[in-house]
Ligand binder design. Structure first.
Ligand SMILES: Cc1cc2nc3c(=O)[nH]c(=O)nc-3n(C[C@H](O)[C@H](O)[C@H](O)COP(=O)(O)OP(=O)(O)OC[C@H]3O[C@@H](n4cnc5c(N)ncnc54)[C@H](O)[C@@H]3O)c2cc1C
Length: 375
């Protein structure tokens, strides 16, 4: 499908599970929709660790009622990628990949929204829509430590696989699921791992089957740990940390800063959406998920801002239906307004015609001004 000249009913930003669920709902409702995705389909899941296993059973990751079949209790990353590709194909979803939405603003006249886009090759463009659903997740925006050396080439806020770290010193910073999973995987892949965490122990939120594993590897010394320790600086070949005023330099060929993520608040604020400075939660109606900007809606993980442990695929997948119900209501009021404008224009033309008839003493004069109904 190509982009139409006029505004679409709805543009969905982000082809994660929530964006795809919203697209299915829009399609079922007969809306003219398009999904714009800056990366690959389900780009966040695509960038998750290769060896990851979802903590959710397959049926809770399903969207559009399409069964997610796996021989395992919990699906792998590869299976999830395959499943969501199948969803996009089965529903014939209109998804434009590698097109980033750079801004959302009210279009001229105020009845539609205008999106500035940029394609993978750098080409800029625009799209218009009567409603926009922001389903942009959080995975693109890591919580930075803001320490010197954070942007050095051997530092990353993402972990994908262990092989490249074989026989290397790796410092993993963080104490939640991502850090624990990476530390274990790296250790099993032959890396020498030191976990640095600012708290006194591994977070309680770590999954029940990962927790004993990481705790026992720490206990038996297979994984080194520094609790109640903060990173001061990252250098080529080491990480400078501090605990109770005591500095230590830990050798590091690679540094993984797995300290969480947050939504792209700039995109929201640029659209006029008010975002809480602490929680990063965009202001919205909890039922319709419409933000304080009329016609701009939320879906998926963005709803919970920085509290990324509150909305998962298993609950964010239902946002699409709620949002599309609200959008349909909005579009219905638009239609009424558009019809009214059209009728008034027709009345004006007919009245003009009647006046002209009267002025020229045309026999059609019988057709009087008052016979033109006002709807
Ligand atoms: C390691 C890990 C394991 C997890 N395991 C589970 C699990 O077992 N079960 C579970 O339910 N949840 C799990 N989660 C959480 C789950 O992945 C997220 O809650 C889910 O991906 C959120 O879906 P979403 O569609 O809201 O956002 P995302 O999946 O993040 O999708 C957002 C999409 O928007 C795109 N995008 C962003 N900005 C733009 C833009 N400006 N223009 C165009 N496109 C844009 C992104 O590229 C991305 O594809 C896990 C998370 C992690 C990190």
């Amino acid at each position: 499908m190509t982009a139409p000249d006029g505004p679409r009913d709805v543009i969905i930003v982000g082809a994660g599970p929530a964006g795809l669920a919203a697209a299915i709902a829009a399609r079922e409702a007969g809306l003219d929709y398009e999904v714009l995705e800056k990366g690959a389909l389900v780009n966040s899941i695509f960038r998750f660790p290769r060896a990851m296993v979802f903590f959710t059973t397959a049926e809770l990751l399903e969207i559009g009622g399409l069964p997610f079949v796996t021989p395992y209790e919990k699906p792998t990353q590869a299976e999830a990628l395959k499943y969501y590709r199948r969803v996009a194909d089965a529903f014939g979803l209109n998804v434009r990949l590698e097109l980033e939405v750079r801004s959302v603003a009210r279009g001229a006249g105020g009845t539609f929204l205008r999106l500035e886009t940029r394609a993978e090759g750098g080409e800029a463009g625009t799209r218009t829509a009567r409603a926009v659903v922001l389903a942009t997740g959080y995975y693109d925006n890591p919580n930075r430590l803001d320490v010197p050396g954070e942007d050095l080439p051997h530092v990353s806020h993402y972990y994908t696989e262990s092989h490249g770290f074989y026989r290397k010193d790796v410092v993993v910073v963080g104490g939640k699921n991502s850090a624990a999973i990476a530390a274990l995987d790296l250790y099993r892949g032959g890396a020498r791992v030191t976990l640095v965490h600012r708290r006194e122990r591994i977070a309680d939120s770590v999954k029940y089957w990962i927790r004993p594993d990481i705790e026992n590897r720490i206990k038996d010394g297979a994984i080194q740990v520094r609790f109640l320790t903060r990173v001061v600086e990252i250098r080529a070949g080491s990480v400078l940390v501090e605990r109770d005023g005591m500095a230590e330099e830990i050798p590091a060929d690679a540094v993984l800063l797995l300290t969480g993520y947050h939504p792209d608040v700039d995109l929201f604020r640029g659209a006029g959406v008010r975002v809480d400075a602490v929680s990063c939660i965009p202001e919205h109606d909890p039922e319709t998920l419409e933000t304080n900007v009329a016609g701009v809606y939320l879906a998926g993980a963005v709803v919970s801002g920085k509290e990324t442990g509150r909305i998962f695929i298993e609950n964010g997948r239902f946002h699409g239906e709620a949002v599309v119900t609200a959008i349909r209501r909005r579009l219905a009021s638009f239609t009424t307004e558009a019809q009214r404008t059209q009728r008034l224009a027709m009345v004006r033309t007919l009245r003009l015609f009647a006046h002209e008839c009267a002025a020229t003493h045309d026999p059609i004069l019988e057709f009087s001004v008052s016979s033109v109904p006002l709807w």
